[in-house]
Write a protein that binds this ligand. Structure first.
Ligand SMILES: Cc1ncc(COP(=O)(O)O)c(C=O)c1O
Length: 407
């Protein structure tokens, strides 16, 4: 449990004119939206900014595209400040998957071609590592990190797989299926001393963790602004330091090829980059209404409250403790254990996610780890205690029926 775990419901956040925070988004009020973590949600202020930029693009496309690299460079500076990165280290990419792909494409074979990942890694990013290992004629080694492992145990589990044959280490800053942190700073310090490149998958970090790159001294980091930062989709950062970054190129080869890193990423052919340019409006919106520290506090308190009441409802149903002891918990997300028989693997968990809107009236994340199914609760500023009370009261009994049918 997080240090800020609460037992009472936090008071809903309001807009400056006292309307509920959700009014600043365009989420369908017929559904409860308990899965901000997967795809984010864009506030109206940023949608309007993007629309404005699109109108400008359509009014004079030739002028727009000639000015685009300059605009993107300005957006990079704003986003770098939010992340605690140096603007000269940050390239814009469409998503964290692209950030990882750029690194995989740009890195020459090293060591014995082995790549170390963890069993908490995001499936698609791990599959990319497997393809790279095949290309390198090496293999992937998977560090097993127990869900409840604290910093020391997690660090040791990862480093136990690292050796002379290691050519790359890939570790999540915040894990997707298990909503926990991994000790990336410590791993970075060690791999740097060993001269082994490290890719940190920080897809969930921006917005959830204050200045996630402050003091960062690793080789490669990628993270999404379109998750917790609420930016329009297609907005992610790749942060790279050290000489290896000279080998990184955008996935779309274009006129920036002769430019240095990161400017070469400001040229990716004819693309609609209005989402990336509107990203600072999303960050600025949350900042101007609540301030990010207060927003994060609220998100964490609310997720803790949600997990407690949903967990209690599940325990009432099954008689089994549904609370989950996550080592290094992350603010704003929590796991609750599903009844036996539900979500035992990724496909089963995805099937629950796909049923939930129509049958439960919620958008929710169901995940799987080590053969156990979990409900991963997210909380953003537009969520309220009532969202989780609804889930506890109305959805948990249905989950019980699903579990009985699955046995
Ligand atoms: C840890 C992690 N890595 C990578 C991704 C991929 O993000 P995207 O789909 O924006 O590329 C996600 C998405 O949920 C994630 O959680």
């Amino acid at each position: 449990m997080s240090e800020t775990e609460v037992t009472t419901a936090p008071r809903p956040l309001l807009l400056a004119d006292d309307r509920p925070a959700a009014r600043a988004w365009t989420l369908d009020p017929a559904l409860r939206h308990l899965n901000h973590g997967s795809f984010g949600a864009v506030p109206l202020a940023a949608q309007e900014r993007q629309q404005e930029l699109r109108a400008r693009m359509e009014s004079a496309p030739v002028v727009w595209f000639s000015e685009l690299p300059r605009r993107l460079a300005a957006a990079r500076t704003d986003l770098a400040a939010f992340l605690g990165a140096a603007p000269g280290d940050l390239a814009l990419v469409p998503n964290a998957s692209a950030g990882a792909s750029v690194v995989y494409a740009g890195l020459e074979r090293r060591g014995g071609g082995e790549i170390v990942v963890t069993d908490h890694g995001y499936g698609a990013v791990t599959m990319g590592a497997e393809r790279l290992a095949r290309r390198w004629g090496g293999r992937v080694r998977t560090a097993r990190v127990p869900l409840d492992a604290g910093e020391e145990q997690a660090y040791e589990a990862v480093m136990a797989e690292v050796g002379e044959a290691t050519g790359l280490v890939v570790v999540d800053q915040v894990t997707s299926a298990t909503a926990r942190r991994l000790p990336v700073e410590r791993i970075a310090a060690r791999t740097r001393r060993l001269g082994i490149p490290l890719l940190v998958d920080g897809a969930h970090a921006p917005g959830l963790i204050a200045a996630p790159l402050d003091g960062w001294d690793g080789d490669f980091w990628t993270g999404n602004l379109h998750k917790w930062g609420c930016a329009p989709r297609g907005t992610a950062a790749l942060v790279a330091r050290g000489p290896l970054r000279d080998g990184l190129y955008p996935l779309i080869d274009s006129w920036g090829a002769a430019d240095p890193y990161p400017e070469r990423f400001d040229h990716q052919g004819t693309l609609d980059a209005t989402g990336q340019l509107a990203a600072p409006a999303a960050l600025g919106f949350v900042d101007s209404v609540w301030g990010w520290p207060a927003a994060r506090r609220y998100m964490d308190e609310l997720a803790g409250y949600g997990a407690r009441i949903v967990g209690a409802a599940l325990a009432g149903l099954t008689g089994a403790d549904a609370s989950v002891d996550v080592g290094m918990p992350v603010p704003g997300m929590r796991l609750v254990r599903l009844p036996d028989g539900l979500g035992a693997d990724r496909l089963a968990a995805d099937a629950l996610r796909d049923r939930a809107p129509a049958e439960l009236g919620v958008e929710a994340a169901f995940t799987s780890f080590g053969g156990v199914g979990y409900l991963r609760l997210s909380a953003h500023v537009y969520n309220t205690a009532e969202d989780y009370e609804y889930f506890a009261e109305k959805c948990v009994p249905v989950l019980g029926e699903w579990a009985r049918a699955a046995r």
